[in-house]
Design a protein around this ligand. Structure first.
Ligand code: ADP
Ligand code: ZN
Ligand code: ZN
Length: 733
């Protein structure tokens, strides 16, 4: 009899013990009873029953493994050990961590046989007789000829052939011995090195060449390089040329891209360059396909995988390089369940495997930039655009005392009219990230501040109150500006829908396209909207964050950023960084050489250092300024943080649970805690939401403190009355 320790997908932070009549290798999947349910678990350890455990094992206290799904472990050691690391780092239950990492087929009660049938597939290939027959085949056997022609290009999976040809046609070819069926074994490692047909590549510029040289000179050890280059400067070309070298050495490559960046064009560019199919992984890929790609990557059959966040969990036969494109993008952070950051995990994986990691961005995150500036990462620059568009000229629109219609300065409305009349497009951009409504004086721009924290107060409309989200101070809404005594106090805050309506009123004969999450729920809807825009169907585009990513708008010659003040005065520490990234990314996506454009930032704070720096000196300067601020405030990335969030229909319960969490933390000289305070969205679906921010100067201290907090929360009645979560390295308030 053996004791089997299994990781099971439940919210408990432990392994569970079962009995089995033989030893099981770790990584093997088993079905185990759990309460009234049956769950798929993963064997983590297996040992013979000792004398003192014998009783428990035989008297029925321990339950037996119900069935063993795999004869040999499907999950490689590297992933199991990565899972353990993840579970420790993010303090997430091990069972849920491991099973989150796997394709859903492996999470379900699917047998090894069923899974392996995916890799051992029937295929059809042409025989020499078939090639000869092509010239003599009678004209009325059209379908047979078509299939033979297709097979002459390359052999095909029988299941694919059957979708386009009848059994009669297939059988005819086989009967005449023009084609033959065979077992295609995806598990066998294939040497695709000789099969790559390398497409034409441009001659690298001097800077590109330097970057390629640095990365390819150290392909056999771990290193991280930040490829810091403006949009269109040829970062992708650098990836492609480095990838080529890696592939030619028989090593595989993983490329991570933001959710929105994974367009058919991107995939096509890679496939064209290497003449080999790419494994594509994103949320819309079917479970079966995902399983196939997982197996093909693991066996070494697929040289290149391009995917979004969760592709970081793909197993490889021999990985040689990881690339994270647009590394600053927040979609790399999972926002529920196992709240991992794919970019950070890429660094961990690259280090464990001893391979290089390349992080690319025109607007690097402050975390990455800091690592580049302090020498932990190599900093590679591409300063010139490879071709195409010119960056737009940037201007400030001083909103103080300026007449406004529908949120837009009158001066800009006239300009918009001119651009539209000239046959161009205008993009009106509404920044919603890190949005906290503040009370603003329209005459002088003064923002009501917390006297204690020197941070802006957040305006709570329903309660007619101002609250500080850092110390919880509150006061009533004043009638006049503290600073200039004007009574024109306004609230920041306008939704995309309202904005669209207002613009339709101002431009009644113009077609407006709204591009936000609500208007473009699905990826297809979004692609379609982008196609319409490129085809010139709309003259006015109203959008949020989505438009700053992954797409170029060559006919946009004017961009209006409606409100930068809410980001300048947000309770969210990262709001200014995100604003600077957005503005820079937007500037990089509009216009083209023969149609240079202009971008306007509407603000009541034209003299604000971030606004001034952005307009005059660009992202690199702003980012360094923000880093200096963060350093003196000793916040991320100069300290580490986690956020505990809780929500409930009753606010006092949320408060109580988080208070308890706070009291479980070690003394203040090791850990600093803020809260409980409201989250940026303080109420959602009738639930009050609050958070506790926990900061520490070292990762170790944070991890230890959170373990105390977790055991207190797990044991407490108060915590059971609310919905709560722990988010290590949280990016969202
Ligand atoms: P990024 O990834 O930085 O946005 P890309 O690699 O997509 O930039 O390059 C932008 C455009 O310039 C593409 O059309 C690309 O084919 C072209 N390009 C890149 N590098 C070169 C080069 N060395 N010579 C000529 N064209 C280039
Ligand atoms: Zn004022
Ligand atoms: Zn305060």
């Amino acid at each position: 009899m053996y004791l089997i320790q299994a990781a099971v997908p439940v919210p408990l932070r432990q392994l569970f013990t079962y009995t089995h009549d033989s030893s099981l290798e770790h990584g093997v999947r088993v079905v185990v009873p759990f309460g009234k349910r049956e769950l798929v678990g993963i064997v983590m350890e297996s040992k013979p029953v000792g004398s003192d455990q014998e009783k428990a094992a035989t008297d029925g206290t321990l339950k037996a493994v119900q069935c063993v799904l795999d004869t040999k472990p499907l999950i490689p050691d590297e992933l199991l050990s990565l899972g353990k690391w993840l579970s420790d780092y993010y303090l997430h239950p091990i069972g849920d961590t491991l099973l989150t990492m796997l394709p859903s087929w492996l999470r379900k009660n699917k047998s090894e046989q069923e899974i392996m049938s995916l890799v051992n597939q029937q295929a059809l290939k042409i025989l020499p007789e078939g090639k000869d027959a092509l010239s003599t085949i009678p004209a009325n056997a059209k379908q047979q000829k078509r299939l033979l022609n297709a097979l002459r290009e390359k052999s095909a999976l029988l299941s694919d052939v059957k979708q386009r040809f009848s059994n009669a046609v297939i059988n005819a070819l086989v009967d005449k011995q023009w084609a033959v069926q065979y077992q295609q074994n995806l598990e066998a490692k294939v040497d695709w090195q000789d099969k790559l047909t390398l497409g034409n590549k441009p001659i690298a510029s001097r800077e590109q060449g330097a970057a390629i040289g640095v990365i390819t000179s150290q392909l056999t050890t771990f290193s991280v390089s930040l490829l810091d280059g403006v949009t269109g400067s040829g970062k992708t070309e650098v990836y492609l040329q480095v990838i080529e070298t890696v592939l030619l050495r028989g090593r595989q490559v993983l490329v991570l891209v933001p959710e929105i960046g994974l367009t058919p064009q991107t995939v096509e560019r890679f496939e064209r360059r290497f003449g080999h199919p790419v494994g594509v992984l994103h949320s819309k890929v079917s479970d079966k396909k995902r399983m196939q790609i997982w197996l093909a990557a693991k066996s070494g059959k697929l040289p290149l995988i391009i995917g979004t966040r969760s592709a970081i969990f793909t197993p490889f036969y021999q990985l040689g390089l990881i690339v994270v494109d647009e590394e600053h993008d927040d979609s790399f952070k999972q926002q529920d369940g196992l709240r991992y950051h794919a970019r950070d995990l890429a660094a961990v994986r690259a280090q464990r495997l001893g391979v290089p990691l390349v992080l690319g961005s025109a607007t690097p995150s402050l975390e990455t930039l800091n690592n580049a500036l302090n020498g932990r990462y190599q900093h590679l620059h591409l300063s010139a655009r490879a071709g195409g568009a010119n960056p737009v000229s940037q201007y400030i629109q001083d909103m103080r005392n300026h007449p406004v219609q529908g949120g837009i300065a009158e001066h800009l409305i006239e300009k918009m009219q001119q651009h539209i009349q000239a046959g161009n497009q205008v993009l009106v951009f509404l920044n919603r990230r890190g949005f906290s409504p503040v009370l603003l004086c329209h005459a002088c721009g003064h923002v009501e501040m917390c006297h204690r924290c020197d941070r802006p107060m957040t305006w709570h409309k329903a309660k007619r109150q101002l609250k500080c989200h850092h110390c919880d101070a509150q006061r009533g809404v004043p009638n006049r500006c503290d600073h200039c005594h004007s009574d024109s106090l306004i609230a920041d805050g306008l939704g995309t829908e309202q904005l669209e309506q207002a613009l339709q009123g101002l431009f009644p004969s113009v077609s407006i396209a709204r591009i936000d999450r609500d208007a473009t729920r699905t990826k297809d809807a979004l692609e379609k909207r982008f196609d319409e825009i490129r085809a010139g169907k709309h003259q006015l585009l109203v959008g949020t964050q989505i438009v700053a990513k992954g797409h170029h708008f060559p006919d946009v010659t004017m961009v209006v950023i409606v409100d930068v003040d809410s980001a300048l005065f947000s309770a969210d520490l990262r709001a200014a960084e995100k604003l600077a990234q957005l503005v820079t990314q937007l500037a990089g996506r509009a216009g083209r050489a023969e149609k240079p454009g202009e971008m306007w930032l509407q603000t009541h704070h034209p003299g604000h250092p971030i606004v001034q720096e952005l307009i005059h000196n660009g992202y690199a300067h702003v980012a360094r300024g923000l880093l200096a601020e963060r350093q003196s405030a000793n916040v991320i990335p100069f300290s580490v943080q986690a956020i505990v969030k809780a929500e409930s229909h009753e606010q006092y319960k949320v408060q109580k649970a988080l208070q308890l969490a706070r009291s479980a933390l070690p003394p203040a000289h090791i850990i600093s805690a803020i809260g409980p305070v409201q989250t940026l969205i303080e109420k959602k679906q009738g639930r009050y939401r609050m958070m506790l921010i926990v900061r520490a100067s070292s990762r170790k201290a944070l991890n230890l403190a959170l373990r105390h907090l977790l055991s207190a929360m797990t044991a407490s009645k108060e915590a059971k009355q609310v919905r709560w979560s722990l988010d290590v390295d949280a990016i969202d308030l």
